[in-house]
Design a protein around this ligand. Sequence first.
Ligand code: S3P
Length: 176
Amino acid sequence: MTNSPRIVVLIGYMGSGKSVVGNLLAKQLHLPFVDSDDCLESKTQQSITQIFEEQGELGFRKMERNVLHELLTDNQDKVLSLGGGAPCYFDNMDVITQHTLKVVYLDTSIQVLVERLWKEKNHRPVIAHLDSKESLTEFIGKHLFERRPFYRKAPIIIAVQKQSPSEVVQQIVDSL
Ligand code: S3P
């Protein structure tokens, strides 16, 4: 019997479904759902966009790193959804897997990401400047090429294509 908190971490690109799937998963596992961006926003009383504007991306990444550390060490059970870039900076991915092996990468197809993100790109500073679906598709393709080596360190990888969120949740529960 161990006293370690029960933490399930969800990682994946923006638009991969971490919030929707994470909320459902948390209900099913009877755990609280926590989102690292929401924590950062309530801590600073600023939106992610404002933080990027005022501190630059590096400032944001340092704050994100601190919040990640707090959330992994606060001794609270939880389903934790991380901002899409969090696993890809500093040694964050190693720190995450040192705390829990229940790390799930939602490997959502590029087509699905483009459709979802095109509608809601404006509040995501990393992609807000892209002005056509073609440029968004190209950007995501290149960005995933850089980020996948980090995401793929997750012990659990779920390929997301046409499944419903509850089907994805069931796949995760079966893999935990
Ligand atoms: C980012 C993803 C966002 C947020 C920030 C940067 C990224 O989180 O942390 O805009 O670099 O991929 P979501 O993945 O929850 O949209």
